[in-house]
Structure formats: C-alpha cells, structure tokens
Design a protein around this ligand. Structure first.
Ligand SMILES: Cc1ncc(C[n+]2csc(CCOP(=O)(O)OP(=O)(O)O)c2C)c(N)n1
Length: 624
C-alpha cells in the first residue's frame, strides 16, 4: 500500500507520476470505504484527489498555508497529513472532523464549514506573514460554487488592491451541490469550452509579435480593443482585471500539467488564480452520475450506491416543508421560493419543478437571498426564504435592515435548526432563537411535529410581518393526526397538551417529543404530575398563558434545542422577572460552548439532555 508510506506531505515528493496515480486510486477506495460506513461528503472529495496531491507536492505545508473553502473536500488532505490511522473515525463522536480543524493538525491552517471564507482567510494569513515577516505562501482552494458567495468577491477585490501574495486555486467542477448558477458560473463555463479562451495569452502574443514588420504594433492595437478580441488575448480576463495573474484552465487529473501550473503560481509574486477543471464524484460511477445525491450522504452500499434508508420511516421535516409550500403556492400565486444553493437540502426541488418561474436559486448568497426577498415582499409578493439555520447567520444584517425594519412579510424557513449531528459545530443551528427573537417585528415559531409545521407555514403565508419558522434536521414524528384535529394557529397563542398539578413543562418545538418521554418517566416513577404546554410561538409570547402560569405559582421547566443564552427559556425568565413572578424556573438547552460533532444520541448524553438526565435533574430540583 502506497498510502501507508505517506506520513506527511513531503513523502509525496518521493513518488513517481505512476505511483501518484496508483496512490490516487488507493485514496479514492479508502474514502469510499469510510464514507459508505460513516456518511460524509463524497462527490467533492473524489473530484479533488489529484489536485490535493499536486498542491502538497508543490507547496510546503505548513510553512505554506492551505485553506480549504467549506472544507468538505479535505479528506485527501487529512489522509496525507498524518491522519490516515484515525480516518475510520471520520465524523464520529471524538473522531476526526469532516472539516479542517486547527486543533486537529498543524496542516489545517484554519477552520472552515461555511462557504466562501477561504480567500479572505488566505489574505489574512498573507497579511500576517507580511506583518510578522514569516516565510511561505497562502493558498485558498475554492470551488466554483463557493466562488458565487459575496465574500469571495470582497476578498478578490481587496487582494487585487493590496497585491497580496495569495494563490487562489479555483476547483471548477461546474457544480455547487446542484448545478452551479450565475453569471460567474457561465463565464467559467465559457473558459472551459471555447478554445479561444483557453489559448495561452503568452503563446498568442508571441505568434502576433513574430509577424514581421507590424506584429508588435498589431498586438498593441488589438490588446486595446474592447470586446471579444481583448478576451481572445486575455483568458481569465475578469480575474486579470481584478489584479490576478490567471493560469488555466488546467486539467485537474494530469499531474504534470497541474504541477507545472502550480509551480508557476508559487514562483510568482502577487495574486495568482489557477483555474483547475475537475469532476465531482470522479472514479466512482454512482457519485459521478448523481453527484448531488453524493454531495453529502449517509451510509450506503458500495456496489450499488443505494443508501440505507429504512422503508417505513416517516417523512422528514424538509419534505413536509417542500410539499406544503407547493400546496400553498397552488392557491396563492404571489408565493415565491428562494434558496441559496440548497434546492435539494431545503426541499424545494418539487417547487422548482412545479413553479419554475416563481423559484430563485441565487447561489451561495444568503445575504442576497434575504434582501431580494425584502424587495419582493415590498412589491406585494410573498417570498419564502428557505435557508439552514446556521447559514442564515450570514444574512443577519439583511434580516434586520432590509426585512424587519420596514416590516416586510418575508417567511424565513429555518431548516436544520438545533443540533445536526455529524457535521458538527459549523453546522449546528443553535443560535437562531436568540438572534431572531431580538429583532423587532419578527414572529418566531417552532412546530412540535410535522402537522404543526404545515399549519404554521399556512399561517405564515397570511401574515403581514416577517415570520421565522425553525424546524430540525431529519425525520418528523410520524403522527397520523389530521390537521383539522389541531387547534388553529393564532398569533401568540400556545396550546395546552396535557394537564397536571405539580409542574409545568414547556418544551419548544420538536423538543416536545422528548418532553413526552420525560413526563412519562416523571409520572410513572416519581409521581410528579406534569402540565404540558406547547408554546408554538417564541415571539409574540402567549401573555394569557403567562398570566396563568404565574398565577399557578408552579415550578416551570423549559426544554429547547438551541442555546440557553438568549433562547426560549431565557425569554421566559425575562418575562417572569418583569412580572415579579414567584415561579421557579429550570431551563434545559445548549450550553455556552460550541458543541462538537457526533450522533445526536451521543451529543445529548454528553450535554445532559437525554431523557434520563433530564428526569434525574428535574426530580432532584423539584425536591429543593
Ligand atoms: C454559507 C454557506 N451556505 C451554504 C452552504 C452549503 N454548501 C456546502 S458545499 C456547497 C456547494 C459548494 O460548491 P463548490 O464550492 O463548487 O464545491 P464542490 O462541492 O463542488 O467541490 C454548499 C452550497 C455552506 N457550506 N455555507
């Protein structure tokens, strides 16, 4: 096995091209084997094996610092930077992270997980090298999808201005998770296809200048002409105009060509962009053919590529959202759906097929998504913005300044709220309650199950204010309740699910399922009679219910899948203090620390949020 001989990147330099090709095959097999068991980001990793090896042969990590955008493509990098023995633990509790982590290796120069940060990080590291007189280059490896994010353009702009010593390696596989969108994607596509664009500028200029008599003058005149001829002379002109030396497009699977391009980039002072053409899922047929299914995938069977989903599992919250918005959009022609490069992930594929003219995928551009939604709402339309809780953090100012300040009725559908499990701290959606509830005009809701999610979406479609609905990753409860059996959603109204005389339990949203189990234990084993209230709204909070619970003087327990700081329980604490209530309050939720990756079960146990820990704590607390 060649891979076993690679303990650090410098070992790669001892290999021949033939050996590198054999090593690439071994690495692909290892990645497929581990991801088929642990789940993970397969297609992006299979596409970038050769490029990663070439980068590590040409550059000298950690003196040269490599930043992986999003970081979901860093498995090869992990395997050749001393982590192959632990690679089996990828994404497991206490195991290797699926993303680069400073704490994991000296070769991980920065943590990533959210898109489009790498070029900024690379410039920051380059500026630090300037300030501290440190040797080495900084390299951002960024996909064409991540290149659509606003931060990437901000960084290119400032790097061009400062002429910073940064190498940007654009890993262009023409895919984000779905096919990439936008004018930049189209430009990259043209660079790929049209031979004129790919003709090296140096070669063309040499040919022209060699025309006897007037060659040099002809070259100078043509270079000044705006339009296509200038493009012909300058492949990658957009990047050149921004102050980068453009090298490419380069075949991402030809070691010799790749390394030649990278050496040129390394030897050059100032900003360089190397445009590398790759293919998602390379070397594994199912992932090549269905790269979006294999972008991020759970355990699967290697022979067929089939995932191990049990047949009779309930629908996911995402599916419920996707079906409900289609139903609502049938009746309400003003409904528009917006996603930031997450059509499949947020459940909008069906909507995009049924209502293509009312669907916008803006690329990895959450800020843009929110602000166009504000303007659509101002014009009388009803935008639903579906973004994972963690990625919406990026658009906070747009929510405040463009949506809430003028009270635009945008509906925010926050999927993956709460702990998400194996993707870890960059992807947990733990802050949304705190950051949403502090915004004036915003209604904030969390459904206890899939029936309530559908009801809340319908309710939100009729509101004249912004509304945020947060729901978790994964399967819903499987309830067979008819929507008509539920109390209709009314602004700021909770529902009592069960009466009791010793304790009031108020779990937020999907935590209600856990609360039922806890109550069962408390009533059976400790004889504690519990009243269960589903708050439905974090904001506006049910003032009538508040008066009732204050009057009862009963102890109150809250449970939420979000941080305690500024969360739901903390809001109730504020209300109780303001009303000078005498109720005692015990809050369960996420701590003031970043929660690592692992299965939900392991994480909840670690945090004291599994059923038994909650029962034990309540039983002790109520005695005091
Ligand atoms: C801010 C943010 N929004 C959305 C995502 C979800 N996401 C992860 S990877 C990805 C696509 C990245 O495409 P690209 O950069 O081309 O890399 P590839 O997977 O094609 O190699 C998206 C949308 C994210 N990580 N961060």
């Amino acid at each position: 096995m060649l891979l076993e001989r690679i303990n650090e990147p410098s070992d790669l330099r001892k290999l021949t091209i033939n050996e590198l090709e054999a090593l690439s095959k071994e690495i692909r097999e290892r990645i497929i084997e581990v991801v088929s068991k642990n789940g993970g980001h397969l297609a992006s990793n299979l596409g970038i094996v050769e490029l990663t090896l070439a980068i590590h042969r040409v550059f000298n990590s950690p003196t040269d610092q490599i930043v992986w955008d999003v970081g979901h493509q860093s498995y090869t990098h992990k395997l050749i930077t001393g982590r192959q023995k632990e690679f089996d633990t990828l994404r497991k509790f206490n195991g290797l992270s699926g993303f680069p982590k400073i704490s994991e290796s000296i070769h991980d120069s920065f943590n990533t997980g959210h898109s489009s940060t790498s070029i900024s990080v690379a410039q920051g590291l380059a500026l630090a090298k300037e300030q501290l007189q440190l040797p080495g280059k900084t390299i951002a490896v960024i996909g064409d999808g991540a290149m659509t994010g606003g931060m990437s353009f901000e960084a290119l702009n400032y790097i061009g201005h400062r002429k910073s010593n940064v190498v940007v390696i654009l890993n262009d596989n023409e895919m984000s998770i779905s096919p990439n969108v936008g004018a930049m994607a189209m430009y990259l596509h043209r660079l790929r296809l049209e031979p004129a664009y790919t003709t090296p500028k140096d070669y063309l200029s040499k040919v022209l200048k060699n025309i006897p008599g007037f060659g040099t003058r002809l070259y100078n005149v043509l270079s000044r002409i705006e339009g296509s001829f200038k493009y012909l002379l300058t492949p990658g002109m957009i990047f050149e105009e921004l102050g980068f030396k453009y090298i490419g497009p380069v075949d991402g699977y030809n070691f010799e060509v790749l390394e030649r391009a990278l050496v040129r980039a390394k030897d050059r002072q100032g900003p360089v962009l190397v445009h590398v053409l790759t293919q998602k899922g390379r070397g594994y047929k199912p992932a090549q053919e269905q790269s979006n299914k294999f972008h991020g995938i759970g355990p699967f069977e290697i022979e067929t590529g089939n995932t191990k989903k049990s047949v009779d599992s309930p629908p996911t919250y995402t599916e419920i959202f996707g079906n409900t918005i289609c139903k609502l959009a049938n009746d309400n022609k003003s409904i528009i759906a917006i996603t930031a490069a997450m059509k499949e992930g947020t459940g909008l594929t069906k909507f995009a097929n049924e209502f293509p003219s009312r669907f916008y995928d803006v690329g990895i551009a959450e800020q843009h998504a929110v602000t166009i939604a504000a303007a659509l709402a101002k014009s009388g339309l009803k935008p639903f913005v579906a973004i994972y809780s963690t990625f919406l953090q990026r658009a906070y100012d747009q929510i405040v300044h463009d949506v809430a300040l003028t009270n635009q009725p945008v509906v925010f559908c926050l999927d993956r709220a709460g702990l998400v499990g194996e993707d870890g701290p960059t992807h947990h959606g733990c802050l949304d309650i705190s950051y949403m509830r502090s915004i004036p005009n915003m209604q904030v809701m969390a459904p206890r199950d899939e029936v309530e999610l559908a009801l809340m979406l319908e309710y939100a479609s009729k509101q004249n204010t912004p509304v945020a609905i947060r729901y978790p990753r994964g399967y819903a409860t499987g309830t067979k309740d008819e929507p008509s059996s539920r109390q209709p959603i009314q602004t700021g109204k909770s529902e009592v699910l069960k009466d009791g005389k010793d304790l009031i339990f108020i779990p937020l949203g999907a935590s209600c399922s856990d609360a039922y189990k806890v109550i069962d234990e408390l009533e059976k084993n400790s004889n504690i009679s519990v009243k269960l209230i589903n708050p439905r709204f974090v904001k506006p909070f049910d003032e009538e219910m508040l008066s009732d619970i204050i009057a009862s003087k009963l102890p109150i327990v809250t449970l939420e899948d979000s941080v305690l700081a500024g969360g739901f329980g903390s809001m109730l604490a504020e209300k109780l203090i303001d009303a000078q209530a005498t109720n005692r309050l015990l809050r369960f939720g996420l701590p003031d620390s970043f929660v690592p990756h692992g299965s939900l079960k392991e994480l909840k146990t670690m945090l004291g949020l599994n059923c038994q820990s909650i029962v034990n704590k309540i039983t002790e607390w109520i005695k005091i």
